[in-house]
Design a protein around this ligand. Structure first.
Ligand SMILES: [Ca+2]
Length: 366
C-alpha cells in the first residue's frame, strides 16, 4: 500500500514538473516571438515623389511600435492590431538609400527591432549619349590620373600613388603634348585623389589620409590644408561650394573657406542607386562623374541627385584596351573628366592611359 502511495506521489510530481516545463516553454516561445513582421522587405523601392509602403503585421502582444531613421523618430503607434501600412515620405527624404529601424515593445516590456533599407530612385528617365572623339593627345602613361580640370585653357592634373613610391603629384599639363610645366610632388604616404580650382586656389584630396591640400594655382606652392573624415575620391566645384565624392552614392558640398559640410545628396537613376562615384566635373549646372570600374559617365542634377544623362565611353575605353601598350604600366579604368569652355569639349583620360581624348557627346542612335 505504501509503495502504491509513493508511486502515485512520484507520478503526480512528474505531472506537475511536466506542466511547469510546458508553461516555461510556452513562456519562452512567447517571449521570443516577434510582436511584428514586415511582409514586403526586399521590395522597398520607390521613385521620388511617390510614397513607399512598408507593410506591417502586428500581433496582440505588441504594446508600442516606433519607426526611427538615424536618431529621428518618424512615427509611434500605440495599441495597434492586425495589418497596416506605413507610407515613407520620399519628398521629405529625397533620393537615396535609407535605413529605417522599427522597434516593437511587448506588453511584458521586452523590445524587438528590425531594420529595413528603402531605395528612393529618380522619378525621371535618363538620356543615353555616346562619345565622339574629336582629337587624341598624348598622356603620360605613368600618371595614375585622379583629378583633371581646366583653368581657362590650362590643364591641371593630379595623380595617385598605388605603389607608394611618391608618385602623387599636381601639375600644369600642356594638353597638346602631355608635357608638364610646373609640378609638385606630394610625399608618401599621401595618395592623391581629386583636384579642383576655385578662386586662385587648387584643392587636392587624398584617398585615406583625410587631408585636403590647398595650393596657389599659379605657382602650385602649398598654402594650406584641411582635415576631413572618411575617404576622398573626386572633387569639383560649382563656383560656390567644393563638391566631393567618396566612392559611395553620396556627394558632399563643402564650404571652400572652412571645408565644413554644407549639404549632401545621394545619386540615383530611375532604375538604381548609383554608387562608386569617382572623378567629378561641374559643367553648365550639372555634375559629371566617372563611375569607378564602369565605362560610363553620369551627369547629375545637384539639387536632387537625379541622373540626367548616362554617357557611354565604350569606344574610347576599347581603343585603350586594344592598343599595344609599350609602357611598363597597364592602362586601368577611365578616370578623368575636364571641360574646356573655349571649345565646349570634354577631355577624358584614365589611370595609366597613354591618350587624352577630346570628345563631344551626342544622343545614342536607337
Ligand atoms: Ca575633373
Amino acid at each position: 500500500m505504501q509503495g502504491i502511495k509513493l508511486a502515485v506521489r512520484y507520478i503526480f510530481c512528474f505531472f506537475l514538473l511536466f506542466i511547469s516545463s510546458c508553461n516555461n516553454e510556452e513562456q519562452k516561445q512567447e517571449e521570443q516571438q516577434f510582436p511584428f513582421t514586415i511582409s514586403n522587405e526586399g521590395e522597398l523601392q520607390g521613385k521620388l515623389g511617390q510614397e513607399i509602403p512598408v507593410k506591417l503585421q502586428v500581433n496582440d502582444k505588441l504594446k508600442v511600435l516606433v519607426a526611427i531613421q538615424l536618431d529621428d523618430t518618424l512615427k509611434i503607434w500605440k495599441n495597434v492590431k492586425g495589418s497596416f501600412i506605413y507610407n515613407f515620405n520620399t519628398v521629405k527624404s529625397g533620393i537615396g538609400k535609407y535605413d529605417i529601424k522599427f522597434i516593437g515593445e511587448t506588453e511584458k516590456g521586452k523590445s524587438f527591432d528590425q531594420t529595413v533599407t528603402l531605395d528612393v530612385l529618380s522619378d525621371l528617365p535618363f538620356n543615353v549619349y555616346e562619345t565622339t572623339v574629336r582629337t587624341s593627345f598624348s598622356h603620360l602613361p605613368t600618371s595614375f590620373t585622379q583629378g583633371l580640370e581646366f583653368d581657362g585653357d590650362q590643364l591641371y592634373e593630379g595623380t595617385g600613388d598605388p605603389s607608394y613610391t611618391g608618385a602623387t603629384y599636381v601639375a600644369k599639363v600642356d594638353f597638346k603634348t602631355g608635357s608638364q610645366s610646373t609640378k609638385v610632388s606630394v610625399p608618401i604616404p599621401n595618395f592623391g585623389e581629386g583636384i579642383t580650382i576655385m578662386d586662385d586656389k587648387l584643392y587636392q584630396l587624398t584617398w585615406q589620409q583625410q587631408i585636403c591640400f590647398v595650393y596657389d594655382k599659379n605657382t602650385l606652392k602649398k598654402i594650406g590644408e584641411f582635415k576631413y573624415e572618411g575617404e576622398g575620391w573626386g572633387l569639383c566645384n560649382d563656383g560656390e561650394y567644393l563638391i566631393m565624392s567618396n566612392g559611395s552614392s553620396t556627394l558632399t558640398f563643402r564650404n571652400p573657406i572652412t571645408f565644413e559640410v554644407v549639404k549632401t545628396i545621394q545619386v540615383a537613376t530611375d532604375k538604381s542607386i548609383v554608387s562608386n562615384l569617382n572623378e567629378l566635373e561641374f559643367v553648365n549646372g550639372l555634375i559629371y562623374a566617372n563611375v569607378w570600374q564602369e565605362d560610363i559617365l553620369v551627369s547629375i542634377e545637384p539639387s536632387t541627385g537625379r541622373v540626367k544623362d548616362l554617357i557611354n565611353c565604350f569606344n574610347i575605353v576599347n581603343q585603350i584596351r586594344s592598343a599595344t601598350n609599350a609602357s611598363s604600366t597597364r592602362p586601368e579604368v577611365l578616370n578623368g573628366i575636364a571641360y574646356k569652355k573655349s571649345t565646349k569639349t570634354f577631355f577624358l583620360t584614365g589611370k595609366y592611359w597613354p591618350t587624352l581624348f577630346e570628345v563631344t557627346f551626342s544622343p545614342k542612335n536607337t
